[in-house]
Design a protein around this ligand. Structure first.
Ligand SMILES: Cc1ncc(COP(=O)(O)OP(=O)(O)O)c(N)n1
Ligand SMILES: Cc1nc(C(=O)O)sc1CCOP(=O)(O)O
Ligand SMILES: [Mg+2]
Length: 226
């Protein structure tokens, strides 16, 4: 199946965190969030071993029921293994210290989604220098400081995000401390979407938080994102 258009899946992008979901199962949080309006799910667990991560990805894919793309953070091998086991997984998100995006594209093939993190003008320029179709979208952050990723890049603020997004030909999803309060400014800054972890995973009611985020994102602004 050809890969989906970023405009469809970037608007409200959930990145999972197993510890923040606990004591709930990640798959249960994902099921609630998908039903309430997230447009993409990335499975991110820095503590799981390969075998457990494949199981987690398969459980999340079952919970997503093919309604939104399911991506794997960092682990191209886990993406391949999950697919080999029949899980409906759609791609990977890699960062600047993960496998190079060009190699990732060659490994996963043309039908997979490949997302890449960028936090500086140089990283955005390097993404543009890749052959067309290597990367589908950029994850730009950290917009705000966040305890979810203690090693996050220096906070950009919405203004810094806007500067990077303005220089990017690829669609950009904002990440790092994002809440409903950021939605309008991020849309005005040219974001194609917002990626959240704690705003949904740590919420007392993940479905309600998802609905609030989706509503905030849809609220009209003066500018349309790509
Ligand atoms: C959508 C999105 N954007 C950025 C990141 C960060 O990826 P990375 O820089 O590889 O850092 P880790 O998430 O691996 O700690 C992301 N995961 N998703
Ligand atoms: C996974 C991730 N990447 C970031 C980056 O800046 O690249 S910040 C981040 C964590 C975002 O979590 P929360 O929504 O809870 O702040
Ligand atoms: Mg990474």
């Amino acid at each position: 199946m050809p890969r989906p258009a970023p405009a469809q899946y970037l608007p409200l992008y959930l990145v999972t965190d197993t510890a923040l979901c606990a004591p709930r199962a990640v798959a249960d949080v994902v099921a609630a969030a998908v039903a309430a309006g997230v447009t993409c799910v990335q499975v991110r667990d820095k503590h799981a071993g390969g075998r457990d991560l494949v199981s987690l990805v398969a459980a999340v894919a079952r919970a997503a029921e093919g309604r939104v793309p399911v991506l794997v953070d960092d682990r191209v091998d886990v993406y391949l293994a999950a697919r080999e086991l029949g899980a409906r997984v759609d791609g990977v998100h890699v960062g600047q210290s993960d496998l190079p995006a060009g190699a990732v594209r060659r490994i996963v093939g043309v039908d997979a989604v490949v997302g890449l993190s960028a936090a500086t003008p140089g990283q955005v320029a390097a993404a543009h220098a890749l052959p067309a179709g290597t990367v589908d979208y950029l994850g730009i952050g950290a917009v705000h400081a966040t305890a979810t990723k203690p090693d996050h890049p220096a906070p950009l603020g919405v203004e810094g995000f806007a500067t990077l997004a303005a220089g990017a030909d690829l669609p950009c999803v904002a990440i790092g401390g994002i809440t409903t309060a950021d939605a309008a400014a991020l849309r005005a800054a040219g974001a194609a979407g917002m990626a959240v972890v704690s705003a949904i995973c740590a919420a007392a009611d993940p479905a309600a938080s998802t609905r609030d985020l989706a509503e905030a994102w849809r609220a009209p602004t003066g500018r349309r994102s790509r």
